[in-house]
Ligand binder design. Structure first.
Ligand SMILES: NC(=O)c1ccc[n+]([C@@H]2O[C@H](COP(=O)([O-])OP(=O)(O)OC[C@H]3O[C@@H](n4cnc5c(N)ncnc54)[C@H](OP(=O)(O)O)[C@@H]3O)[C@@H](O)[C@H]2O)c1
Length: 351
């Protein structure tokens, strides 16, 4: 039995904590005060699995400070399951925690978190990872797995990565390991672009976005821009558990829209259950931050450094910022594909 620390008891933190507890490990959850109180009252509930996991409050350990986390350690691994925009204070806390927490498994979506962790902890102490399972948060410590066909990807950048993979397999999860952590993170980025920013801007479900010929052209453009940047970085695309990223990009690149659209509409819509894409969740909950800067925004930044144009990702990033910062109302594009497409075409004509 190993002792592990999970930082962030949201959808993915609950999923990871639930699976590892089921596999017989001792899990300490690091939460902010409000969520810690909820965990101490309600425990952990992970539904949507063939056998749901319910842990009473007495069965879990919750900490809210680096000192308390240290007292429960040392840990054989730490899993980072906050959103990308939560990262700066967590990096400070990790710095304060010191040794006894590594390897740290970076499960954040988007790119940049692994490099930030490596700066604080040293490159050899970080395992880039990803979760492809869609998980819906009900409240802190209570989440619903929306599909059993996906899983977890881990880079083999640390001697303990293989053991960690077996912990999750023992809990019934599908796990794949990868030689190249950057290829893993950038390939996941491609999957996270699909119907994400557009869904937030248009307040439409990904399935409806992929059913619309004009919106499909825009989605295709953002994906192919990202794929060019990934190639420019010298990285291969890799398939992820339950997500054939290489086939997806090749299909979007080479096959006619009328052939690909219905397949993608079914796969993308059906794969996520009731869960809205993450940028939609944040924008429409009135939050001040989204992960767009580590997704579409990262494509733009890296494209610029490589001299590659990324106008579609640039537009989507700007529009999400405009909505979050109140420069445009949520009604500006709500279920108005033609308005978004007109802006996109105008931008491309200008470029
Ligand atoms: N959900 C999915 O289906 C899914 C799938 C694959 C990947 N991901 C990625 O996984 C990451 C986590 O996503 P999520 O959906 O699990 O988000 P989430 O439900 O919002 O959970 C994030 C958790 O982090 C906690 N947190 C934030 N700052 C913290 C701090 N300083 N100390 C301790 N806890 C802190 C939040 O606390 P509060 O509870 O107090 O807000 C929240 O519980 C994201 O990068 C996301 O893109 C998500």
């Amino acid at each position: 039995m190993s002792r592990v620390l999970v930082i962030g008891p949201g959808a993915i933190g609950t999923y990871i904590a639930g699976l590892l507890t089921r596999a017989g490990h001792s899990v300490v959850l690091w939460a902010r005060e409000g969520s810690a109180a909820i965990l101490r009252e309600h425990g952990i509930h992970l539904e949507g699995l063939p056998e749901p996991i319910h842990l009473a409050p007495e069965a879990i350990q919750v900490v809210t400070t680096p000192q308390a986390a240290r007292e429960h350690g040392p840990y054989q691994a730490t899993f980072l399951t906050v959103k990308a925009y939560h990262l700066p204070p967590v990096l400070e806390a990790l710095r304060e925690l010191g040794p006894g927490i590594t390897p740290v498994v970076d499960l954040l979506n988007g790119v940049g978190s692994t490099e930030a962790l490596q700066q604080v902890l040293g490159a050899e102490h970080v395992i880039p990872g990803t979760v492809t399972t869609p998980v819906r948060r009900v409240r802190a410590g209570h989440a619903v797995v929306e599909s059993l066909r996906r899983g977890i990807g881990l880079a083999r950048t640390h001697p303990r990565a293989a053991a960690i993979a077996t912990w999750f397999r023992a809990a019934g999860a599908r796990v794949q390991t990868y030689a190249d952590g950057r290829a893993l993170k950038w390939s996941k980025l491609i999957a996270n672009l699909l119907g994400n920013a557009t869904s937030a801007i248009l307040d439409m479900r990904p399935q409806a976005i992929y059913a619309h010929p004009g919106l499909y052209r825009l989605e295709r453009a953002q994906v192919l821009e990202a794929a060019r940047v990934i190639r420019g970085l010298g990285l291969p695309l890799v398939d992820l558990p339950g997500v054939p990223v290489r086939l997806l990009v090749a299909g979007m690149r080479w096959l006619p829209g009328p052939v690909v659209r219905p397949i993608l509409a079914r796969k993308i819509g059906g794969g996520r259950g009731e869960k809205w894409p993450s940028i939609h969740q944040d924008v429409h909950a009135g939050r001040l931050h989204t992960e767009v800067d580590v997704l579409n925004g990262a494509v733009v930044r890296h494209g610029r450094a490589l001299g590659l144009p990324t106008p579609t990702n640039q537009l989507l990033t700007e529009l999400v910022h405009d909505l979050v910062q109140g420069r445009r109302s949520l009604d500006a594009f709500r279920r108005r594909p033609e308005a978004l497409l007109a802006l996109w075409e105008a931008r491309r004509d200008k470029g």
